[in-house]
Each structure stands twice: as structure tokens, then as C-alpha cells.
Design a protein around this ligand. Structure first.
Ligand SMILES: NC(=O)c1ccc[n+]([C@@H]2O[C@H](COP(=O)([O-])OP(=O)(O)OC[C@H]3O[C@@H](n4cnc5c(N)ncnc54)[C@H](OP(=O)(O)O)[C@@H]3O)[C@@H](O)[C@H]2O)c1
Length: 302
């Protein structure tokens, strides 16, 4: 029986994906990593499947991530990194003093995936949820400014207390997700596949909850109109598709970008080995990763 570790299973499209996995793939164990205890029991109550356990972790703390990774038992053959956030500012910091959006959406995955590497079986499938807003040419009707990449030493610093810059930081962090996936792909052996995933616009989630009452109400109102457009979907659809991409046939070559279930090229800017390796090296240093953390000798057998 395989085990999939999943972050971001408590709400939004991730909640749908987790429940879909438990209802339709009951032979697989689901290990949810979430900040509030009790999610595994909630998921059992809503799906009737007891094949789920949890590790509590706030991804905005490197210490918490290290404690959580140490608690993960047994071999993993799946990883679904769905947790992510969008802030209405770039001034909020993680426990380690890093700009929150970059800390949670990018660095938390770098640390968690590197700590868990010895626990992955071969074959394994790793998916980290990104977004099409990583693409500076995407028309977001002005809602999300294009990403602005810089050396990661700049991206980890707090910026302006501006909702627009918070949304830009979100777009930039999702470009970072693709860079990390490309860099990880070069380091994993054949059989261990890693992908970035774009769910498309899913307006009925709580991603905009940091925007305050007015911002949230505006997002919900726009969302009600947008959800009917071909580029948008409901969390019910997006979650089901994400779960099926996780549990279904091999989606494509490792390193690919999967958009709403289909492999497509990501933006031209997102293929940049120099930036990818610069991010990897910087993230290693910032997360305090050592060769002991990532020793491959303990790679699990399926
Ligand atoms: N909605 C969209 O239009 C859209 C479009 C493209 C990509 N995405 C991506 O899709 C993913 C899911 O987003 P969503 O729209 O479903 O948003 P959501 O409703 O806000 O759900 C976000 C999930 O991430 C978890 N999370 C956030 N910060 C965390 C932290 N510090 N530690 C642990 N868990 C944390 C949340 O847990 P809590 O319940 O504890 O807060 C929740 O489970 C995200 O990666 C998002 O960037 C969304």
C-alpha cells in the first residue's frame, strides 16, 4: 500500500482533492500535513475512510518543518504539495524572518522535500502546486501583477505594505516553485518524477482571505462571474483533477508543468537553469540543509 503525503488538505481545492483521494483510492494511505490538529479525523468523518493520518506543521517555520519531517513514518511514493498562500502585504514574516509568501510557497517545499528525500520510494510521484500567474504574459485582468524575479537574497526580504505587491510576490513565488521543480528534477533518479501543477483560476477558495473583509468580498463577487469563464473552475472540479493527476497514469516527463491535468510548456522565463541553481543553492544555505539531511543511502524500497 502506497502513502501520499499532502499539504494544504484542510480547505479550498486541496480539501476536495484529499476527500477525492480517500473516496476513490482507498487502498492508498493519505498522510496530511496541516497546521491545525484534527484534520485526519475530519477527513475520516467526511469520507468514511480511516486510511488517513496527520502530522501537524505550520509551514512558516523551518523548525516546525524539521519536526514534522522527523515524524513522517514509512516509505512515501507520493507527495502533493498543495498548501500555499497569498498575502495582502510583503511585510509579514515567517518565524525565520523571511517574507511570508516566498517562505511558505517556495522555501518550505525546498526544506520539506529535501528532508523527505530519503523516505521516497522509487518509483515516486511528487507534485508541487504552482500557478499560471507565474507567467508574466498571462492576462489576469490586472488582478495579479506579473512576477518580478530577483536574486533570492532580495526575494526573502520584506517589501512594501501593499496589497498589489503582496499579489506580485505570490506570482513571483509561483515562478520559484517551477524553478525548484526543475532543479529537483535534475537531482532525482529516473523513476522519481516531480511536477509543478497549475489548477487555473479557482475563485471559490479562501486564497484571498488575507485581503480583509472588503478585499475578500470583492474577490468573491468577481469570482462568481469568473467561475463561468473557460479559464476558471470550481474547487470541486479543480480538486478532483488535481487528485486524479496525483493518482492516475504517469502525467508526462519528470520536470513538466501540468496545467489543469495536461502537460504544457510553462512560460519561457520559467526555464532558466542559472536562476534555478542559484535558488537551490541559496535555499540550501538558508534552510541550513546539510549532506546528512539529504543522505540518499536510506532511500526506501517500495
Ligand atoms: N484559488 C486559485 O485561484 C488558485 C490558482 C492557482 C493556484 N492556486 C494554488 O492552489 C493551492 C491551494 O489554494 P486554495 O486556492 O485552495 O487556497 P486556500 O483555500 O487558502 O487553501 C490553502 C491551503 O494551504 C494551507 N496553508 C496555508 N498556509 C499554510 C502554512 N503556513 N502552513 C501549513 N498550511 C498552510 C491552508 O491551511 P489552513 O487551513 O491551516 O489555513 C489550506 O489548506 C495553493 O498553492 C494556491 O497557491 C490557487
Amino acid at each position: 500500500m502506497g502513502t501520499t503525503l499532502m499539504t494544504g488538505a484542510s480547505r479550498g481545492l486541496g480539501r476536495v482533492a484529499a476527500e477525492h483521494l480517500l473516496r476513490h483510492h482507498p487502498d492508498r494511505h493519505l498522510l496530511v500535513v496541516n497546521r491545525t490538529p484534527g484534520l485526519a479525523a475530519e477527513l475520516t468523518a467526511s469520507t468514511g475512510n480511516r486510511n488517513v493520518s496527520e502530522v501537524v506543521c505550520d509551514l512558516s517555520s523551518f523548525d516546525a518543518i524539521r519536526r514534522a519531517a522527523a515524524e513522517v513514518e514509512g516509505p512515501l511514493d507520493g507527495f502533493l504539495g498543495n498548501a500555499g498562500l497569498q498575502m495582502a502585504t510583503t511585510r509579514k514574516l515567517t518565524a525565520d524572518g523571511i517574507e511570508m509568501t516566498f517562505g511558505v510557497n517556495v522555501l518550505a517545499y525546498h526544506l520539506l522535500l529535501n528532508l523527505l528525500r530519503p523516505r521516497f520510494t522509487n518509483p515516486a510521484r511528487i507534485i508541487v502546486v504552482g500557478s499560471d500567474v507565474h507567467d508574466a504574459d498571462l492576462n489576469t485582468l490586472g488582478l495579479i501583477p506579473p512576477p518580478r524575479w530577483d536574486h533570492p537574497r532580495e526575494l526573502v526580504k520584506p517589501g512594501k505594505d501593499s496589497a498589489r505587491e503582496g499579489r506580485r510576490a505570490y506570482a513571483t513565488s509561483k515562478l520559484g516553485v517551477i524553478y525548484l521543480v526543475h532543479a529537483l528534477r535534475r537531482r532525482l533518479p529516473k523513476g522519481m518524477d516531480v511536477y509543478s501543477y497549475n489548477p487555473g483560476l479557482v475563485p471559490d477558495t479562501e486564497l484571498a482571505r488575507d485581503a480583509g473583509r472588503v478585499g475578500r468580498a470583492a474577490f468573491r463577487a468577481v469570482g462568481k462571474l469568473l467561475v463561468r469563464m473557460p479559464f476558471a473552475s470550481t474547487s470541486a472540479e479543480a480538486g478532483r483533477l488535481l487528485a486524479e493527476t496525483m493518482a492516475g497514469p504517469r502525467p508526462g516527463e519528470s520536470g513538466s508543468y501540468i496545467s489543469r491535468g495536461e502537460v504544457i510548456p510553462s512560460s519561457a522565463e520559467s526555464y532558466d537553469e542559472r536562476r534555478e541553481e542559484e535558488l537551490w543553492a541559496f535555499a540550501d544555505e538558508l534552510c541550513g540543509l546539510t549532506s546528512d539531511d539529504t543522505a540518499q543511502t536510506r532511500t526506501a524500497r517500495p
